[in-house]
Ligand binder design. Structure first.
Ligand code: 76R
Length: 274
């Protein structure tokens, strides 16, 4: 399929499919377990998590979530939706699931916007006098996009950053009567995203962000996952962005979840309250 059909729809590249899966731990049940059963579930939990994290194509990380919205957040990066279903299903059938209750989940796919790159490519082709409706234009445009894909491969299929803390929230762009992101022109959206990127870039030493697109996949339009060794950096970054027009006028936010990264070997101890 050609990438040239609708010039004002931002071009995007997609990488890993992502599931944020949040669970409550049934602590009453955990406390009532015989020590041998607790050890068995902890050991199997470690094995399951280790296997999920080393699946070959993708990654899995576990976070102990602060607060009552959930206790455990699993973040899965996988090649396709089928592989996400597989990891979800294998957990449902593992001993660890005996003490877990589903809280919520979010399905998305890692996305890098080519909004800037595609505008530059379109301009370049226009300057060469290549008309947008021609096959030559489609071929040249697709060629440019495949160059971008190679350049961006490590951002599209990353390993989950090893930072101690993660902050996950879903968001959408506003479609209000007055402020409607989708009614803006491409140039207006690009200008706003440039301002957004500039603010984001000021924080890039402290925070790694992974943006995943969920339009057509889940109830919000994007998943935002921030990773940092300093959880105050989440507050500073998100606070500053609230004043930026891209967020101040056009962003709607879902629930925030903050968690502390745990290694597979820690899950047994964690369940045991250590
Ligand atoms: O791809 C890039 O890194 C270039 C610039 C960029 C884009 C295109 C960028 C930079 N973002 C982009 C797209 Mn972002 N981002 C968010 C949030 O809380 C809020 O107010 C909003 C949630 C944060 C915290 C954040 C951080 N970004 C997007 C999109 C897709 C929109 C679209 O395509 O229409 C969303 C929904 C979104 C939301 N962004 C950055 C950051 C940070 C820290 C950066 C700088 C990255 C760096 O320079 O290393």
């Amino acid at each position: 399929m050609s990438d040239t059909a609708a010039p004002d729809v931002p071009q995007t590249l997609e990488g890993w499919f992502v599931q944020h899966a949040l669970y409550h731990v049934d602590w009453g049940k955990v406390r009532a377990l015989a020590p041998a059963d607790l050890a068995r579930i902890g050991g199997e939990g470690e094995r399951w998590l280790q296997e999920a994290a080393t699946c070959g194509k993708g990654d899995t990380a576990a976070y102990a979530v602060i607060g009552h919205k959930a206790d455990l957040m699993l973040v899965h990066y996988r090649e396709d939706i089928d592989a996400l279903k597989e990891v979800e299903h294998s957990l449902a059938h593992s001993p660890l699931a005996e003490v877990l209750l589903p809280a919520t989940s979010f399905l998305s796919v890692i996305e890098v916007s080519l909004n800037e790159a595609s505008a530059v490519a379109a301009k370049k082709l226009a300057e060469q006098g290549i008309k947008p409706t021609t096959a030559r234009y489609a071929a040249a445009f697709d060629q440019e996009m495949s160059v971008q894909r190679k350049r961006l491969e490590t951002r599209l299929r990353p390993v989950i950053p090893s930072a101690r803390y993660a902050c996950f929230y879903p968001m959408s762009k506003r479609r209000g009567e007055k402020n409607n992101w989708y009614a803006l022109s491409g140039d207006e959206r690009r200008a706003l995203m440039r301002g957004h990127g500039k603010i984001g870039h000021k924080h890039h030493q402290q925070v790694t962000q992974v943006i995943s697109g969920a339009i057509g996949l889940d109830d919000w339009e994007w998943g935002v996952t921030l990773f940092s060794d300093d959880c105050l950096a989440f507050k500073k970054l998100v606070h500053e962005m609230r004043f930026d027009p891209a967020s101040a006028l056009y962003a709607e936010f879902g629930p925030f979840h903050v968690g502390i990264r745990g290694q597979p070997s820690q899950i047994g101890q964690w369940l045991a309250g250590k």
